[in-house]
Ligand binder design. Structure first.
Ligand code: C5P
Length: 396
């Protein structure tokens, strides 16, 4: 880090406020300009003088404080920031940020800045797990805030669970990552298929699967963060795509196939994260199929295998697939990789808890040509996206 970067450290009223002293000190020592904003509640836990001394700058508390450094304090501050960090972030500031309140200096600067914002929640487990807090964190995530998950352990209130502030080392390395983002995908166009497909049998019914598109969206976001361009060809999903992605919505596997082939010549890398339906109802009925006595038999036709088709005309493309398996994970995954002519395959035992469809986390083994399978622990899909992209970048 160096003096060219400015970080605004927001401190809110949690017992972990004292840990931010170490964080501010580390940032200051490597030459980062640090402006600390404290909420009045934070001052009940730690004195502003501590941060004044460690940051070398006056601590900002009040929206109406006299300060000759900026013409309009909250706007000047907000514009100067390369990054805002809120650590610890209480349920209160999380709620205020999620709903756009601006009733003190910190929440006002949050609204005024265009810098990335890192939120480090820390609170009692029951508060953290409260669906209202989780909804608010979800809103922030959807809006592009970076959230560092709290750690599990014994909390100051005596209970054990999730809610502890992560280690200062972890917060510091996240700050470094956000201040000096990797741009290793600059100039690369990555086509990502994502979500489920829907295979219509009549105007009101279709076959589909449990994919939500979370993994594909996490990959798309990470490519954008690292400077790449994304063509996101996505089946129906309730989740919003990341800003900056070129989104091509599709419904059925055949539509996805057509769009992928259309965009294939313009891309360098294809990641097949979609759960493409292997079969569709053979005959589509233009009218709603009427209920009759007895059973109904629906005949299914095979859908095209998109990745396998791309594998036949690979050229200089890097092809990456996912394999959701329920048995003989590595053997089946290896066979799939060979059959589809893939460079990297993310093998996923979907019978494990915390893996696969709809979950926020995944447990996978990354396989690649000429290297040993790399089994990974349970990870958030966002973290996994970063590891997958590291692996792909190694092939450039
Ligand atoms: O053969 P299987 O469906 O297990 O392969 C999964 C991988 O192949 C995934 O990456 C998926 O996106 C891709 N796939 C595809 N077209 C299909 C079926 C799967 O591109 N019709």
């Amino acid at each position: 880090m160096n003096a060219s970067k400015t970080v605004i450290m927001g401190i809110t009223g949690g017992i972990a406020a004292y840990k931010s002293a170490d964080l501010v000190s580390r940032l200051y020592k490597v030459g980062t300009r640090v402006h600390v904003i404290m909420t009045p509640n934070a001052m009940q836990f730690i004195a502003p003088l501590t941060f004044r001394t460690l940051s070398g700058n006056p601590v900002l508390i009040d929206s109406f404080q006299e300060d000759s450094r900026w013409r309009v304090q909250h706007i000047g501050l907000a514009e100067e920031a390369d990054l805002m960090v809120i650590s610890p972030a209480t349920a209160n500031i999380i709620a205020k940020m999620a709903h756009g309140l601006a009733d003190d200096l910190l929440s006002t600067v949050v609204l005024a800045t265009r810098a990335p914002i890192l939120v480090v929640p820390s609170m009692n487990t029951n508060m953290y797990n409260n669906p209202i807090v989780q909804d608010n964190l979800g809103r922030l995530r959807d809006r592009g805030f970076h959230i560092l998950e709290p750690a599990e352990g014994e909390l100051a209130c005596g209970v054990t669970g999730k809610g502890r502030l992560p280690e200062v080392d972890e917060i510091y390395s996240k700050i470094t990552e956000l201040l000096f983002p990797r741009r290793d995908y600059e100039g690369k166009v990555v086509l990502i298929t994502s979500g489920p497909t829907q295979e219509a049998m009549d105007p009101v019914r279709y076959l589909t699967n449990r994919s939500t598109g979370k993994m594909g969206l996490a990959l798309a976001q990470e490519v954008i963060n690292r400077g790449g361009d994304v063509i996101l060809i996505t089946g129906p999903t309730h989740l919003s795509p990341p800003a900056g992605a070129c989104v091509v919505p599709v419904t059925s596997a055949r539509e996805m196939y057509d769009e992928v082939l259309r965009h294939y010549p313009q891309c360098d890398i294809v990641i097949g994260a979609a759960a493409v339906a292997d079969y569709r109802p053979k005959a589509y009925s233009g009218q709603k199929v009427k209920k009759k006595e007895g059973d109904l038999v629906i005949e299914l036709a095979r859908n095209p295998d998109i990745l396998a088709e791309l594998g036949k005309k690979k050229g200089n493309h890097i092809l990456v697939g996912f394999a959701a398996e329920t048995e003989d994970l590595l053997v089946n995954a290896q066979a799939k990789m060979d059959k589809k002519n893939l460079d990297v395959l993310i093998a996923n035992d979907v019978t494990q808890e915390g893996a696969g469809f709809g979950s926020d986390t995944n447990i996978v083994t990354i396989m690649a040509r000429d290297s040993e399978p790399l089994p990974l622990p349970q990870m958030l899909k966002g973290q996994l996206a970063a590891v997958i992209l590291d692996k792909i970048a190694g092939l450039f």
